[in-house]
Design a protein around this ligand. Structure first.
Ligand code: SF4
Length: 480
């Protein structure tokens, strides 16, 4: 049973220079579990041999046993949590992917989505490449294998110059750890230190869990190379490009205890909530209720700015597995109650402001509004801490097609009526930028990607455009 949300894409982690590289990587992946729950994997190396363990399922199921970690020796490790954005959830798609090339062994973990992978793949297959997976990431390995450069990092640079879209990657050879972020920096990647060891991770919360210190974000378009006996090398092989970090990371995807671009995600969400209270006040309301868990910081911000009391009017059951299968259609309507239940003592007879981070298909919002009414709410006013989600993401977030997004086809008043709320308001685009602290100058470049709200896609959707102009039979050939 999938909830009614956009979904985080993947989490990556890497460590160089620590004897417990596998254990640290497992802990890092555990902290990044919210970025992908369908599969996970770790590759380590002792400088000579590569060791690998990849499996479907959660990190604690795969890497909790001492014997598993002991089978992954070495001072260098990379890891990946997967939420399938392209390709199926098959073991062969689980990352890190690795390959033995004439220039040496190489392993790669990728967060993001390449918008021209299918087009590149068609060309590679025509030239004899034999793909082992259906993920977009594998095109990078094939382009590297086909290149003539002697140094692995030069081959990686050459391959990354050909791909378009979003990538934050951690990769390793037998003797070095490499991190890279696409020229626009769609997805996050941070650098940390643990004693003499270097750490790369999708979010700073993965540094905290192993006691590492945050050093800095890897910059958009930057590649870092970490190896024995040399200072960290920072390369800018992709030229200067405008940054377009995913603004949705601040709204929902990232863990609230992470820092991104030097900002606390939690603090930013509170600011978004405060701005929402200014833009869409609800003076009649008696309590502010978050839709847990992601709506909590914005609801605190809304409560503080409005002076309306914050109450946990909905209690979340934390033991609902993502793979739970509803036993039969006739109890389908009970599904939302497995995850959320009204805290009747605080709802009954009250006028409430419900705060959520987004409305996707609207099915969950409708059920939660109904749950509040059944618990005795006199009025239910819905406030959303993102602008209306109208467009699909092609940069590494699992989203429904645009047609399935409620805001793509309905205006705000129609959505309000459909979910059954007394009022409904979303934060404005300007309000969101102000809360994040980076409103673009009039007519100036947007420092963030906001395409799922505006349809303004910063990087060409090559495969999508190719598919829309191809005849149906041709479209089948270009899809991975
Ligand atoms: S389209 Fe939306 S979810 Fe995707 S990268 Fe841009 S802001 Fe993030």
């Amino acid at each position: 049973m999938r909830d009614d949300k956009f979904h985080e894409e993947c989490g990556v982690f890497g460590v160089f220079g620590h004897k417990d590289a596998a254990a640290l990587t497992a802990l890092g992946l555990h902290a990044l579990q919210h970025r992908g729950q369908e599969a996970c994997g770790i590759v380590t190396t002792d400088g000579t041999t590569f060791f690998s363990k990849r499996a479907l399922g959660l990190v604690d199921r795969t890497f909790s046993k001492r014997e598993t970690i002991e089978r992954l020796p070495g001072h260098l490790g990379i890891g990946h949590n997967r939420y399938a954005t392209t390709g199926d959830t098959l073991l062969r798609n689980v990352q890190p992917l690795s390959a033995d090339m004439d220039c040496g062994s190489f392993a790669l973990a990728h967060n993001g989505n390449l918008t021209n992978a299918a087009t590149l793949r068609t060309g590679l297959v025509k030239n004899g490449a034999l793909f082992q997976s259906t993920t977009d990431t594998e095109v990078i390995l094939h382009m590297m294998a086909a290149a003539n450069d002697e140094a692995v990092e030069d081959r990686l640079i050459g391959a990354l110059k050909q791909v378009k879209g979003a990538y934050s990657i951690v990769a390793c050879t037998a003797d070095r750890l490499i991190g890279a972020r696409d020229p626009h920096g769609f997805r996050p990647l941070v650098l940390g230190r643990l004693g003499a060891a270097h750490i790369l991770a999708s979010e700073s919360c993965a540094l905290d869990i192993i006691g590492a210190t945050y050093v800095r974000d890897i910059a958009p378009g930057e590649m870092v190379v970490i190896e024995e006996g040399r200072d960290l090398r920072s390369l800018r092989p992709f030229g200067e490009n405008p940054a377009h970090f995913c603004i949705f990371e601040y709204i929902y995807f990232a863990r609230p205890d992470s820092f991104m671009e030097g900002r606390s995600v939690y603090e930013t969400r509170k600011k978004i909530g405060a701005r929402l209270a200014q833009e869409a006040p609800c003076p009649a309301a008696e309590i502010v209720v978050p839709v847990p868990d992601s709506g909590v910081p914005a609801a605190i911000g809304y409560s503080e700015a409005s002076g309306i009391a914050f109450e946990l009017g909905i209690i979340r059951n934390h033991y609902v597995g993502r793979t739970f299968i509803e036993p039969s259609d006739n109890i389908r309507h009970l599904g939302v109650k497995m995850k959320h239940n009204a805290n009747r003592a605080y709802i009954d007879g009250k006028k409430i402001v419900l705060i959520d981070d987004s409305i996707v298909r609207g099915t969950t919002s409708k059920k939660i509004v109904d749950m509040m009414r059944q618990a005795g709410a006199k009025e239910v006013h819905m406030r959303i801490s993102s602008p209306p989600s109208k467009h699909s993401c092609f940069y590494g977030i699992d989203t429904p097609s645009s047609e399935e997004l409620l805001a793509h086809t309905m205006a705000v008043e129609k959505i309000r009526a459909w979910i059954g709320a007394d009022s409904l308001a979303y934060i404005s685009m300007d309000g969101l930028y102000d809360a994040v602290g980076s409103r673009p100058p009039a007519g100036g470049a947007h420092p963030y990607c906001d395409a799922c709200f505006t349809g303004r896609y910063p990087v060409a959707l090559v495969d999508k455009e190719a598919a829309s102009t191809a005849r149906p039979t041709e479209r089948k050939q270009v899809s991975p």
